[in-house]
Ligand binder design. Structure first.
Ligand SMILES: [Zn+2]
Length: 540
């Protein structure tokens, strides 16, 4: 890339570099920071041809790095029906939205939607095929639960998927049934694949466009790097990698992408196979597209009561579910570790966190490796003892503080206040000097980083309860987790994270300094400009 040099002056630049935490000016050339410091000193390195941008005294932070989100998935939802809590308060609203979309949809095509949450719908339950059939106008309908761990579909979708009373429940999943044993259209965890697998996948061009659109929305929220936290669907990862490659070479991509291949393409269950990291995107990795950790699931989600707990849920029988028998999980983790992968395992409940730590510990004992940075995604419910093991093993918790402000009341319902208050124990991690990364898991929640940062500072649920005041962090700490923490979690901290000479010129200009205002005013802070590789990707 041969962009002209750009000099950004008159800024309140919070570099997060502990040796030089503050600067006034930044000179970017060929995508990188070539000078950073006091105004006069930095300006003296610019030439007359250098483009000049006056920041007007505004605050600059390193570009936000959403190290766990679903980029293609989010991009595709931009074309789907939003049945989220802001758009639909009850099942009647959902029926109306489905009906509207079904009327505009070509004959036989799927009507897809995303975002309902039975915890906040007035009926307090998932919509069923009986609810959806009358609004479908003959189209198959699939609505994803906000967590992505459950879905609701209509009878025509069940028919196409050949799911009926005689269908056996797949391991690690649940087919909800009525009193006659007939499926209700609500499928959870691995059972969602039964229906999802019959939805025609997007064409390569459509997928690439969805990725480009996703990164454009994210750039408008200050994001300069993002990781796709489970790349690939179906039997081959190649179609999705092709979409990411097309997006990255389009000249229109507005942020850096790390893909996280699903474990099934790396160390498939019930085999002894292992595929090495360099065999993915080989020859296609650039500064804008790279391969990161492999991703696997161990348990479900709290909002669907499928996260694996040590003690049962308070509002339903049961204590959640593990996706795999422990020997299978252990074998996948062991092989991926031996194959040189960084591993990112989804574990939400304390039972899942413990089992995953056992697997990591065994893999590391067998094949010690320095600086592996294996991760636990979400890492929500755990006690001090498990946190201490995370510290000893060098595991990185990848948290989504925005879950509290979006889903927090459902956590209280499902776990009781005491356990819900201890979710995402950031203070505990800080005490133990554990590097923490922040992210959004978008499209599970809308996912703007400033919303996540505010949630980490306040830990307020939608109903206004504070979940564990002792785990609130300062705005600057939250920004650090959303930038340097995520850079560490993706082994990208030599290039992004803190603003330093030599690193990528990736940063975000804010309307106000989050670290300099009371927590109650954080909601007013806006992203005014985003710069990636020295080029504006949003604003001005
Ligand atoms: Zn996720």
């Amino acid at each position: 890339m041969n962009e002209p040099a750009t000099l950004f002056v008159n800024g309140n630049i919070l570099t997060l570099d502990r040796f030089a935490p503050h600067a006034e000016a930044l000179l970017a050339r060929d995508g990188r920071i070539v000078a950073l410091g006091p105004g006069s000193e930095t300006e003296s390195q610019a030439s007359p041809a250098t483009r000049r941008i006056d920041l007007g005294g505004r605050t600059v932070v390193p570009g936000f790095n959403d190290c766990h989100c679903h980029i293609l998935g989010f991009g595709l939802t931009l074309d789907q029906i939003d049945v989220g809590t802001d758009a639909a308060r009850n099942i009647g609203d959902i029926q109306h939205l489905v009906e509207q979309r079904a009327r505009q949809t070509a004959e036989g095509a799927w009507v897809l939607g995303r975002g309902y949450d039975q915890n906040v719908l007035q009926e307090g339950r998932h919509p069923t095929c009986n609810d959806l059939d009358g609004s479908s106008h003959g189209h198959p309908v699939l609505l994803w639960h906000t967590s992505g761990h459950a879905l609701s579909c209509n009878s025509s979708a069940l028919e196409l998927a050949v799911v009926h009373a005689g269908t056996s429940t797949p391991p690690g999943g649940d087919i909800e049934r009525d009193e006659h044993g007939e499926p209700t259209g609500v499928l959870k965890e691995s059972a969602t694949d039964l229906v999802f697998n019959v939805v025609p996948p997007p064409a390569a061009e459509q997928g690439a466009e969805a990725i480009i659109r996703a990164m454009k929305v994210m750039a408008s929220q200050g994001i300069t790097s993002a990781s796709d936290a489970s790349t690939g669907t179906g039997s081959s990862i190649d179609p999705e990698l092709d979409m990411y490659h097309r997006a990255a070479t389009s000249g229109r991509l507005r942020g850096r992408i790390t893909v996280m291949p699903q474990i099934r393409y790396v160390a498939p269950p019930d085999t002894e196979q292992i595929r090495e990291p360099r065999s993915f995107l080989s020859g296609q990795e650039t500064e804008w597209l790279r391969v990161g950790p492999t991703k696997l699931f161990s348990d479900g989600a709290l909002t669907t009561r499928t996260a694996a707990l040590r003690e049962p849920y308070t509002d339903t029988a049961g204590d959640g579910l593990m996706m795999w028998e422990t020997p299978t999980l252990d074998s996948m983790i062991r092989r991926a570790h031996q194959g040189g992968w960084q591993i990112a395992t989804h574990a939400i409940g304390d039972r899942a966190v413990e089992i995953v730590l056992d697997c990591y510990a065994r893999a590391l004992r067998e094949t010690p490796r320095r600086d592996h940075r294996h991760r636990i995604e979400h890492c929500m419910l755990l006690d001090r003892e498990l946190a201490a093991r995370i510290q000893q093993l060098g595991i990185v918790p990848v948290l989504q503080p925005g879950f509290v402000s979006r889903l927090g009341d459902a956590y209280v319902t499902g776990l009781g206040m005491e356990r819900a208050s201890q979710l995402m124990p950031v203070a505990l991690f800080d005490q133990l000097n554990i590097t923490v990364a922040f992210s959004s898991d978008r499209p599970v929640i809308p996912g703007a980083p400033l919303d996540g940062i505010r949630a980490a500072v306040q830990r307020l649920t939608p109903a206004g309860a504070t979940l564990g005041r002792e785990h609130c962090v300062s705005a600057l700490e939250a920004i650090r987790h959303y930038t340097m923490g995520s850079a560490y979690a993706t082994h990208a901290d030599s290039e992004v994270g803190a603003l330093r000479r030599g690193s990528f010129a990736d940063f975000t200009v804010l309307s106000d300094n989050p670290a300099g205002i009371p927590a109650g005013e954080l909601a007013g802070v806006r992203v005014e400009m985003t710069v990636a590789g020295g080029v504006e990707t949003y604003g001005e």
